[in-house]
Design a binder for this molecule. Structure first.
Ligand SMILES: [Zn+2]
Length: 539
């Protein structure tokens, strides 16, 4: 454990306390608690990197410039390294926070602020959850959205219908309550239950409540692939999200934006043009993205939403009806061919399988072979149903195109976000983005492929997402800003987590500072939990 240096009283505070006259000439500026010296400061705004020292006192950056000779409690030598604002993650599955409050898998990537409750999920009611996180202490700053699916489930369970007026009122009340307790906006997961049962007007009505409190809207789109339902494809999903922004008057994030399934590969050009024209027409739309060609979610994503209405028992009952069962299998087979299945059973890789951990890391193809089955999409569909019967599983779907990933990343209004879940070595078989998102952008897309310049990549990880959250004092290096900092080696920083071996911390990130406290120290994680639980409007 490293002890945090005690903040010193500043002359201003002393004057306010009426003490200054007694101190007289002694009231010279106190030394810095921390100076990060000799590095290249990339300040998060996109401005060119420059040689400068960063002086920290208490939880704030107080000076940026030549601080050589200045007195400091601690000096970190950053010669040859980049000093950047700590990374801000707009899409984090913070659910295990109360069990893993240190958030090491995120902090070691350089993340100092993470936004939880994406995809329509998240804690409800919010206030007691935030209080509990606060009492445990957290390894990075955490913030939360209010999730539409959590709200709808609380009021309507898994009903496949529109809400009554009274139900809509109650959902609006819950959204307003969460916003009042510090939520940063509303998230939807319209591909998931029960959001899939909602129509546009319901989402607009709830988003207006979030907009009234200054919040924003972030959406797992209703469809991210070609879609089997007429009029419901990725492009319809994008237009719906932009339309919600326009109708509700709320800033929008197309979160973990991607083009799923071979039939749509190359369509990033279209979705990005849609975002550009919505912006030109006055909707404050942006994107976030993880830098991988595979997605991760429950195996139920391959199962049509109608079949899951009412919950697990209702799903099992439908499987007992031969006509419905055929229809369910046909829909799953279609998704394996055209959507996340990538038209190849080897593209669906099991992640967490509680009922048979020996499947973790293996693919649908491996499972078919183990059972001695012909590896066809029809077989895949039967195995997916079998997995659902046994309680479900999570999986990695290798169904994205590198060209689309790079086009989306290069867009000026795309932020980098992990869509990662807090984890620790030994827990299942996660998507490598849980450990590697931010360093991977710096190694693969800046250093190796040159898709982004370093300053632009850092902007996408810092001021762009911080500004969307309404946190102008985070996500940039400037006097007065919070001292959330990451120091990395631009020549060696890299993700080491892979699809086969995901439990690997990244390399080349020797220092991370959260609110002025060093929490990765010369490459070693120090469990001091210097993060804060952030509430919208509290600064
Ligand atoms: Zn999602």
């Amino acid at each position: 454990m490293t002890r945090r240096p005690r903040p010193r009283l500043r002359p201003l505070a002393l004057a306010a306390a009426g003490l200054l006259p007694f101190l007289g000439a002694c009231a010279e500026p106190a030394p810095y608690d921390l100076v990060i010296a000799g590095g290249t400061v990339v300040d998060g705004t996109g401005a060119p990197g420059r040689a400068a020292d960063v002086g920290v006192r208490g939880d704030r950056i107080v000076d940026v410039g030549d601080l050589s000779g200045a007195d400091a409690v601690r000096t970190v030598d950053a010669t040859g390294l980049v000093v950047a604002p700590g990374f801000v993650d707009l899409h984090t599955h913070l659910d295990p926070l109360l069990r893993l409050p240190s958030a090491e898998s995120h902090v070691r990537q350089g993340v100092t602020t993470a936004l939880g409750a994406p995809d329509g999920g998240g804690p409800l009611p919010l206030a007691p959850y935030l209080a509990e996180a606060e009492s445990l202490g957290v390894g990075m700053n955490v913030a939360f959205l209010v999730g539409h699916n959590s709200v709808r489930r609380a009021v309507m369970e898994l009903e496949n219908r529109a809400p009554t007026d009274a139900e809509l009122d109650e959902m609006q009340r819950l959204v307003g309550e969460a916003m009042g307790q510090g939520a940063f906006g509303i998230s939807t997961g319209l591909k998931y239950l029960p959001g899939a049962f909602s129509e546009l007007d319901e989402v607009v009505a709830l988003s207006r409540v979030a907009a009234d409190s200054g919040g924003f809207y972030t959406s797992h789109l209703r469809e991210e692939g070609i879609g089997r339902t007429p009029g419901l494809s990725l492009l319809d999903g994008v237009s719906e999200a932009l339309e919600i922004g326009r109708l509700a008057g709320i800033p929008v994030v197309l979160t973990h934006h991607k083009i799923v399934g071979q039939p749509l590969w190359g369509q990033a050009a279209t979705t990005l043009a849609m975002v550009d024209s919505a912006r030109a027409a006055g909707t404050d739309a942006m994107i976030d993205q993880y830098p991988y060609t595979a997605t991760y979610t429950g195996i139920s994503i391959l199962v049509p939403a109608w079949a899951q209405a009412g919950g697990d028992e209702a799903f099992l009952r439908r499987l007992d009806d031969p006509v419905l069962a055929d229809s369910i299998l046909a829909d799953i087979e279609w998704a394996i061919v055209n959507d996340r299945g990538g038209n190849d059973l080897s593209r669906v890789q099991f992640a967490r399988v509680e009922w048979d951990p020996s499947l973790e890391g293996g693919t649908l193809l491996d499972w078919a072979r183990r059972e001695g089955l012909e590896p066809t999409p029809a077989t895949g569909a039967r195995l997916v149903v079998e997995a659902m019967r046994r309680g479900g599983a999570s999986a990695i779907y290798h169904a994205l195109d590198e060209g689309d990933v790079e086009a989306i990343l290069a867009h000026p209004f795309t932020a980098v976000a992990s869509d990662g879940r807090l984890t620790q070595p030994g827990e299942g078989h996660p998507h490598p983005r849980w450990y590697g998102t931010f360093p991977r952008v710096l190694s693969r897309y800046v250093r190796e492929r040159g898709v982004l310049g370093l300053e632009e990549a850092v902007r996408k990880m810092t001021s762009l997402p911080a500004d969307r959250m309404g946190l102008p004092e985070r996500g940039r290096i400037a006097p007065g800003a919070f001292a959330d900092l990451v120091v990395f080696d631009p020549d060696t920083v890299e993700d080491r987590a892979t699809f086969q071996d995901p439990h690997q911390y990244p390399a080349g990130i020797p220092w991370v500072v959260v609110n002025g406290v060093v929490t990765v120290d010369d490459g070693a994680f120090v469990d001091v939990r210097p993060g804060r639980v952030l509430r919208r409007g509290e600064g």
